[in-house]
Design a protein around this ligand. Structure first.
Ligand code: GLN
Length: 279
């Protein structure tokens, strides 16, 4: 095992910060050899079989091309749930876990009706359901491929969420029920912000889930907020994950539509990342 760890460290040296390489090593051994971090420390001198070695070599090859480890391994963790991911869905981010946490604490209702818009892997909807069993949760996405992943995640986590295909930009075409909580983490990265992004995001994650035109960066927020002001129950909550650079504009947008008690919350990196308001 020692030699394999050294091989990984040597191959990835200079491509990733060493703390990230150590994280990869943990994930790789957990996934390929079902070994915990403690095993890794205590059984350093054990041999690993040649099949595992081969698998690890393939993983390293892909990491050298900056493919995200979550796509390579096909899964990630989100609020304690094992979430399957593939390039049809965005990889769940830690800041989105903070959004889920905020929703659960603020919208502490008995059996709320909740809608997640642009659900992707289903991570937000499923994480809320896992923490609020009595909630009635629906989730939509425009991507059929994403919904396949989301439904698989519901089954593997034994959680009930009603997933269906819909385009929120044309919400007037459908009939909807009323909701206590509407949440969305829509695309919000402006084309002009692409420069700052890493190859692992730009080259591999679904552009449709990430980018908005510079000329209309709040297009999804505008349409979702209009939808929410119609379909939220009185006193219901709207929650968004937002672009850190557009906090003021976001407050303005939902204020103009009549939302009250608007709050912005920073993520763990001190960036304006979440917003909520009451109807
Ligand atoms: N936070 C994501 C990123 O920076 C973007 C998520 C989104 O566009 N909804 O990659």
């Amino acid at each position: 095992m020692k030699a394999t760890i050294q091989f990984i460290e040597k191959e990835l040296d200079g491509l990733y910060p060493s703390i990230e390489i150590q994280g990869f090593i943990r994930l790789i051994f957990e996934n390929v050899c079902q070994l915990s971090y403690t095993d890794l420390v205590l059984r350093k001198n054990d041999r690993i079989n040649s099949l595992a070695k081969e698998q690890i070599q393939i993983i390293i090859k892909r990491l050298k091309k900056f493919e995200p480890i979550q796509y390579i391994l096909g899964e990630t963790e989100f609020v304690g749930l094992k979430i399957t991911v593939n390039p049809a869905v965005l990889i769940p981010r830690p800041e989105t876990e903070e959004l889920v946490d905020w929703i659960i604490r603020l919208a502490d209702l008995k059996s709320p009706g909740i809608l997640d818009i642009g659900t992707g892997s289903g991570c937000i909807a499923l994480a809320i359901k896992s923490q609020m069993q009595a909630a009635n949760i629906s989730a939509i996405d425009i991507s059929e491929e994403a919904l396949i992943v989301a439904k698989q995640n519901a089954i593997q986590n034994k959680l009930e969420v009603d997933f269906f295909l819909a385009d929120i930009l044309t919400w007037e075409d459908k009939k909807w029920g009323d909701f206590d909580v509407i949440v969305s983490n829509p695309p919000y990265v402006r084309e002009m912000e692409k420069k700052k992004m890493h190859t692992n995001v730009l080259g591999f994650e679904p552009a449709k889930a990430l980018f908005v035109p510079d000329s209309d960066p709040l297009i999804f927020y505008q349409r979702i907020s209009e939808f929410a002001i119609k379909y939220l129950k009185k006193g219901g909550w709207l929650f968004f994950e937002i672009n850190e650079n557009l906090g003021k504009e976001m407050i303005q947008l939902i204020q103009n539509l009549g939302f009250k008690n608007i709050q912005i919350r920073k993520d763990i990196n001190g960036k304006n990342r979440m917003l909520c308001g009451n109807k």
